[in-house]
Design a binder for this molecule. Structure first.
Ligand code: URA
Length: 440
C-alpha cells in the first residue's frame, strides 16, 4: 500500500477500504506520511467526498488515535456539541439544566475557532476558574455538580489536531465528511452515551444553507448510531447573533441571566437552550421530546439549574459570587456606542461580521499566541425585527485597547440593516429550531 495509490484512487472517486483509511490515519499520526501527500488526499476528499462507510471508518480511526475515555460517573453521560456560532453560550445553559434533571454532562470543550467563540475562553473569564483539571478531579466535579467543563487534552484524538491544522492551511475545512469525522471522533473519544449536535445554519455558521447543514447533521447522527451512541442533531438559526452579548464575560453574564429566568420566554437563546437540553434528556431515556422540554423548563424556572452552575464554578476553582455580583468580572476600559443613523426596522445584523469584530476587539485570538481579553465584546440593545428610532443606541463595543477602536466602531456600523419596511421575516427563518434529526 502506498499513499500515492490511495490519492489516485480518491482522485478517481473510488472507495477506500477500511484498511487503507486506518493505514493513512496511523501513518500520518506517526509522521510517516508527509503533509504534502496528506494535503493532496484531503483535497481529493473535498472534491469527491466519502461514502457513509468511509466516513464512519475515518471517524473511528481518528477516535482511536488517542485516549478513548470512559467517564465513570455511575450514570448516563450526555454530551452536546455546537458546530460553532456567534454569541453561542448555550452550553452554559443546557449543561446545568441537564444536570439538574439527573443526567451527567462531562463536557470537554474547545477554544474559539475563526470568527466563532469557544466555551473554554468564556469560562476562563470567571476569576480563578480552571479548565485544566486532572481527569479524576474533573469526573469528581461531574459526580457532584452533575456537570463540569474541561479543555480537551492533547492525548484526545491527536489525529484531529494534526489533520485540522493541515485543513486550516489548505482550504479543506468545508467538506462534510471531514467536518463530520473531526467532530464525531472527539465526541466518541470522550465516551458519551448520548450525543446532541447543535448544527448552526446561516451567515454566522460554517454551514450557510439548510441543505448543507442537514447533510452534515445526517452524517454525524449516522456515525454516532453506528458507534452505538444515542444521537440527535438540532438545526438552529445562526443568521443573526444568538442573544444580546458576544464576547466572554458578557456571555457568561447573559447565560446566568437566562438561568435566573430574566430572558424573555420567546427569546431564541432560551428556546434553543431548552431544546438542546431536552434532547439530551431524551437520549438518556427520560421521556419524549415534549416531556423532556417541560422537564428542562422546570429545571430552569425553579432555579435548580442555576444552583448547578454555582456549584460547578466553585468545584472548578472559580469565584461563585459572580452569579450575584457581576462587578467581579471586571470592566473593559474603553467602549464605543453605536447609534441608529435613521429610523425604521432592523432587518438584519451581519452575523459573521459581528464575530470578526468581537475578535478584533480582543474577545478571540487573531493568532494562536494572542491573549484573550475577557471583558471585550459587543452588547446589542436591539434585536432583528425591532423598530428603531434615529439616535437610539443599537450596541456598545467594549475592549481594553483603544488602539484602532474608532475604526472598528466605524466599520461595525455597517452590520446593521435598517429599512423602512419590516423585512426580517423574509430574510430569516421564522423558527429558531429549523429541524431535529433523531437517532435514538
Ligand atoms: N469543528 C470541528 O471540531 N471540526 C471541524 O472540522 C469543524 C468545526
Amino acid at each position: 500500500m502506498t499513499l500515492y495509490e490511495i490519492i489516485t484512487k480518491k482522485k478517481h472517486n473510488a472507495e477506500l477500504s477500511t484498511e487503507e483509511i486506518e493505514w493513512v490515519v496511523a501513518g500520518f499520526c506517526r509522521g510517516d506520511i508527509p503533509d504534502y501527500q496528506m494535503s493532496a488526499l484531503l483535497m481529493a476528499i473535498c472534491f469527491n467526498s466519502l461514502s457513509d462507510r468511509e466516513t464512519a471508518d475515518l471517524t473511528m480511526a481518528m477516535a482511536y488515535s488517542g485516549d478513548m475515555l470512559k467517564p465513570e460517573t455511575g450514570g448516563f453521560n450526555a454530551d452536546k456539541h455546537s458546530t460553532g456560532g456567534v454569541g453561542d453560550k448555550t452550553t452554559l445553559i443546557t449543561a446545568p439544566i441537564a444536570a439538574a434533571c439527573g443526567v451527567f454532562v462531562p463536557k470537554m470543550s474547545g477554544r474559539g475557532l475563526g470568527h466563532t467563540g469557544g466555551t473554554i475562553d468564556k469560562l476562563e473569564a470567571i476569576p480563578g476558574f480552571r479548565t485544566d483539571l486532572p481527569y479524576e478531579k474533573f469526573i469528581a466535579a461531574v459526580k457532584k455538580a452533575g456537570f463540569a467543563v474541561a479543555s480537551q487534552t492533547g492525548s484526545l484524538v491527536p489525529a484531529d489536531k494534526k489533520i485540522y491544522a493541515l485543513r486550516n492551511a489548505t482550504a479543506t475545512v468545508d467538506s462534510i465528511p471531514l467536518i463530520c469525522s473531526s467532530i464525531m471522533s472527539k465526541k466518541l473519544a470522550t465516551g458519551a452515551d448520548g450525543i446532541v449536535l447543535d448544527v448552526k445554519v446561516g451567515d454566522g455558521a460554517f454551514m450557510k444553507t439548510t441543505s448543507e447543514a442537514e447533510k452534515l447533521a445526517e452524517a454525524m447522527v449516522r456515525v454516532g448510531q453506528l458507534a452505538g451512541r444515542k444521537c440527535s442533531a438540532v438545526l438552529t438559526d445562526m443568521s443573526k447573533p444568538l442573544g444580546k452579548a458576544v464576547g466572554n464575560s458578557i456571555e457568561i453574564i447573559e447565560a446566568i441571566e437566562t438561568l435566573k429566568g430574566n430572558t424573555p420566554k420567546d427569546s431564541p437563546l432560551r428556546e434553543i437552550s431548552l431544546t438542546l437540553a431536552a434532547e439530551m434528556l431524551v437520549t438518556a431515556g427520560k421521556g419524549d421530546s415534549e416531556q423532556c422540554f417541560a422537564m428542562a423548563e422546570k429545571a430552569l424556572d425553579s432555579g435548580a439549574a442555576l444552583e448547578r452552575l454555582r456549584l460547578m464554578i466553585e468545584l472548578q476553582g472559580g469565584d461563585p459570587r459572580v452569579i450575584d455580583d457581576y462587578s467581579l468580572f471586571g470592566k473593559a476600559r474603553f467602549r464605543r456606542e453605536i447609534f441608529a443613523d435613521r429610523s425604521g426596522f432592523l432587518n438584519g445584523i451581519a452575523c459573521e461580521q459581528t464575530g470578526l469584530t468581537s475578535l478584533r476587539l480582543g474577545a478571540g485570538r487573531l493568532t494562536k499566541e494572542s491573549d484573550i481579553d475577557p471583558s471585550a465584546g459587543i452588547v446589542f440593545d436591539k434585536a432583528v425585527g425591532e423598530r428603531v428610532c434615529k439616535g437610539e443606541r443599537l450596541a456598545a463595543l467594549m475592549t481594553s485597547t483603544e488602539n484602532g477602536l474608532d475604526d472598528i466602531a466605524e466599520e461595525f456600523k455597517g452590520v446593521f440593516r435598517i429599512e423602512e419596511e419590516n423585512r426580517a421575516q423574509e430574510n430569516f427563518p421564522k423558527k429558531n429550531i429549523i429541524k431535529i434529526i433523531k437517532g435514538y
